[in-house]
Each structure stands twice: as structure tokens, then as C-alpha cells.
Design a protein around this ligand. Structure first.
Ligand code: TRP
Length: 456
């Protein structure tokens, strides 16, 4: 019986630790680096609105489903899907859902690590006083210098991957609790400080208007907003599922999910409120792309009182936020290898890490020697670099697809008693969840897919 399962990888010591770990996974580069730049690229207000709707009606129900499946299965997503399909007397091919997640996590981490490398290098650049009194042009040049140098990018990417491998090989729990309880609130505080700085630029309201005034959006923009809702909440690939597998039975999943989503959303909105006023005050382009925060925040650090210290702290915290996310991206693969190959965590982490590192070379080069090599996929996108292609395929296709199947499994494939056992602590909340995950969430994902390819 599923109730008797225990995880061979251990258990969180409390519900708080689980919430912290999952929040650590959710809050990362997605909130502070990616959210502002894709919002800028997709025109602001409406994009933000669609993103928020996706968090509420797609993200939250799927997060509850993922935690629930993980807690019942108590194993890596692949083995969890095998076990649950068996419990429910369903087709064993559900394991492919787990596999898709493992592959998506590997692909995402391969570029995530490169961007985290940028953040690491910015700790030292800010610390060395490179940005004191810097102009927009200067900040832009410093950024271009970094990304056009493959060797430097490679060095930082390597350092980040090694650090991630070390943490994962020790098991995700150790150290995570301390890191997250201390560093998350600090990151939050610094973001608030940056928002306060943004109010002094004279362009604060322009930033707010950009973020919150509805404009237009096309089907592709909607897909990107939905993809980001998955990305930022770490959904659709089994990361939250594997964290759920370390959770004991007596905690409310709904409550935890609401906290995680709320914290994640607030951090993203704060980042947007800090960055766009700086963009407008300095005549920069909101759609500048992946370099946006690296071209804007240094201007703030270069001009505010004590900016060097604040900047060093900020990029250090961003690095920690990236770490606590990165470990969740490879945990499903590592847990699987430990379960099925009988290897130690250390071995598993080294193997997965080495493969991810190698894949990351493609992203390293796509900002310099391969920057003109582009990929097009009919109906989906045209002329994207290797990095943009990976990002598009994972965030906008694989994660929503994974999420869709997770919703279908939880709502249609699993017997209702099984879901109820996990989620019915609050009967009202359970009914809302059940309705959303059965009807609204899957239909919404499918509609967005169809709209993006122009089928409706
Ligand atoms: N959510 C993280 C961020 O916003 C990235 C991340 C961690 C992730 N684990 C994931 C994205 C699993 C998708 C799936 O930075």
C-alpha cells in the first residue's frame, strides 16, 4: 500500500523545511533575471497579467498535484510514476512523464548554470568598484565584454556546476535549511532596498505603468507567460514532486503551495519594480534581452550610497538563490540513479553534473562564437540562438506538457479516494482544487498551446 512507503533518501524535518526548500527552488534566476527581461520583451502589463493568471489557475493546482504525487510515490519522479500507475492499475507508460522531467531538468540546468555564472562574476566586478559612477553605456560595455569571452563564461559555469554537484551529493537537506532561512529574507530586503532606490530615479511611475498597464499580447506572448509560470514555480518536471516525496503525511499541501507561490510572485514583482524605473531613467530598452538586469542594476549600485557593498551582497544572494534552484533541477535525476543503479549520491551527482556541464557549452558559445548560428522550428519560433532555443523548448513546451500530464494523472487517472487522502485536510479547498485541476487547468494549457501555433 502506498501509505506504507518511505523514502530511501530521507525526510524533511518539518513542514517549514519543506516550504523553505520548495521556495528556495522556486525563487531563483527565474524571478530576478528572467521575469524582468521577458516582461520587457513582451510588452509589459498584459504579459504580467497573463503570468499572474497562469500562476493562480494553472501553477497552483499543478503544484498541489505535484507535491501530492511525490508524497504518495516517495521516490524519484520516474519511479514515483511507475509506482502510482501500478497502485492505480494504470498503464506503466506513465513513467515517461518522469523521464521527460529528468530530461527537462538537465536541459534547463545546462543554461541556468551559465547565467548563474554571470551573477557570480558580477559579485567580483561590483566588489572591484567597476561600476562606481557607471553610465548606461559603460554598464552595457562591461556586460558585453563578459559574455563575448567564452573562456571566462566557461570558468564561471564550471565553478557553479561544481558547487551544485557538491551540495547535491551531500543530500538536498543538509545546509539548505540554514541557507534558505537566512538568505531568502536578506534577498527580499535587498530587493525592497532596490525598489526604494528606483523611487528616487524620477521614473518610478513609468516602471509601474509599464508593469501593470494592459496593452496587447499575441498567442506567442501568452505561451511565454504560461511557460514562465511553470518555470518560476519549478513545475512540470518533477522537481517539486521529488521535494514532495521527502514530505511526511501530516502536513497540508494546499497551504504550503499557496505560501510558495505567494513568495515567488512577490519576489518577481519586486524585481520588476526595481528594474524598469532604472531602464526608463537611463533611456534603455525594456526588450534588451537576457542581459537586462546586468545592464541596469549596476547603474543603481554605481550611484547609490554604499552601492558597492549593496551590489556585492545582492549578487551573492542571487547566486545563493540560483543554487537552491539548481539543486532541485538535478535532484530528480540523482535520486533516480541512486534508486536504480545503486550508486552513491556522490557518484550520481558527478555523472549528472558532468553531462550537464557539457551541455552547457552550447549556451556558453551561443553568446559569442555561435551568436549568429540560429535555429527555427516551424509554427513555434524563428532564428533563436542555441540558448534561446533550449529555453523555449524547455520552459514553453516541456514544462507545460509535463504539467498537463501531471494534472491529467492527478485528476482523471488516479482514483478520487487516493487524491482525497492527500489533499482533503480542508474540504472546501479540496473541492476548488479538484474542479480546477480537472477542468480549468488542462483546458487552459491546451488552449494556450493551440493559440500559440495559430490553430485558434
Ligand atoms: N524556479 C527556478 C527559478 O525561477 C528555476 C527552477 C528550479 C526550475 N527548479 C526548476 C524551473 C524546475 C523549472 C523546473 O529560477
Amino acid at each position: 500500500m502506498s501509505e506504507k512507503r518511505t523514502s530511501i533518501h530521507g525526510q524533511w524535518t518539518s513542514r517549514t523545511v519543506f516550504i523553505l526548500a520548495a521556495t528556495g527552488s522556486a525563487v531563483g534566476l527565474g524571478n530576478i533575471w528572467k521575469f524582468p527581461y521577458i516582461t520587457g520583451e513582451n510588452g509589459g502589463g498584459t504579459f504580467v497579467l497573463v503570468y499572474l493568471l497562469c500562476i493562480a489557475f494553472i501553477g497552483l493546482p499543478i503544484m498541489m498535484a505535484e507535491i501530492m504525487l511525490g508524497r504518495r510515490g516517495k521516490q524519484s519522479p520516474i519511479n514515483t510514476m511507475i509506482a502510482l500507475a501500478k497502485d492505480e492499475h494504470r498503464n506503466p507508460n506513465w513513467k515517461w512523464l518522469g523521464w521527460m522531467g529528468v530530461i527537462a531538468g538537465f536541459l534547463i540546468l545546462s543554461y541556468y548554470s551559465v547565467i548563474a555564472g554571470w551573477a557570480t562574476s558580477y559579485i567580483f566586478r561590483t566588489g572591484g568598484g567597476m561600476f562606481v559612477g557607471v553610465t548606461a553605456d559603460g554598464a552595457n560595455r562591461i556586460f558585453t565584454d563578459l559574455v563575448s569571452d567564452p573562456e571566462r563564461l566557461l570558468a564561471w559555469h564550471t565553478i557553479f556546476m561544481v558547487m551544485t554537484m557538491i551540495i547535491v551529493s551531500r543530500g538536498v537537506k543538509n545546509g539548505l535549511e540554514k541557507a534558505v532561512t537566512l538568505l531568502m529574507p536578506l534577498l527580499f530586503g535587498l530587493l525592497v532596498l532596490l525598489v526604494i532606490y528606483a523611487t528616487t530615479t524620477g521614473y518610478f511611475m513609468d516602471g509601474i505603468r509599464f508593469l501593470f498597464t494592459p496593452g496587447t499580447i499575441d498567442g506567442k506572448g501568452i505561451l511565454i507567460a504560461m511557460g514562465h509560470a511553470f518555470f518560476t514555480l519549478s513545475l512540470g518536471m518533477g522537481a517539486i514532486m521529488v521535494y514532495g516525496s521527502y514530505l511526511s503525511e501530516d502536513y497540508s499541501i494546499a497551504q504550503a503551495a499557496i505560501w510558495i507561490a505567494l513568495a515567488d510572485t512577490v519576489v518577481a514583482l519586486l524585481a520588476g519594480m526595481a528594474i524598469f524605473p532604472i531602464v526608463f531613467a537611463n533611456g534603455l530598452e525594456p526588450g534588451a534581452g537576457p542581459g537586462l538586469i546586468f545592464q541596469t542594476l549596476p547603474i543603481a549600485f554605481g550611484h547609490m550610497e554604499g552601492g558597492t557593498l549593496v551590489g556585492v551582497l545582492f549578487f551573492t544572494l542571487l547566486l545563493f538563490a540560483a543554487w537552491t534552484s539548481a539543486i532541485s533541477l538535478i535532484e530528480p535525476a540523482v535520486a533516480y540513479l541512486v534508486e536504480n543503479r545503486g550508486v552513491s549520491r556522490i557518484h550520481a551527482a558527478v555523472w549528472v553534473g558532468a553531462a550537464t556541464w557539457t551541455m552547457g557549452l552550447g549556451t556558453v558559445f551561443s553568446f559569442n562564437i555561435w551568436q549568429d548560428k540560429t535555429i527555427s522550428i516551424p509554427f513555434l519560433f524563428e532564428n533563436l540562438t542555441f540558448f534561446d532555443t533550449l529555453d523555449y523548448l524547455t520552459a514553453n513546451i516541456m514544462l507545460p506538457l509535463g504539467g498537463l500530464f501531471i494534472a491529467i494523472f492527478a485528476a482523471w487517472v488516479m482514483r478520487e479516494e487516493s487524491a482525497k487522502e492527500e489533499l482533503a485536510t480542508y474540504p472546501k479547498m479540496y473541492s476548488v482544487w479538484r474542479f480546477l485541476v480537472r477542468y480549468i487547468t488542462p483546458v487552459a494549457v491546451i488552449v494556450v498551446f493551440l493559440k500559440a501555433v495559430g490553430a485558434i
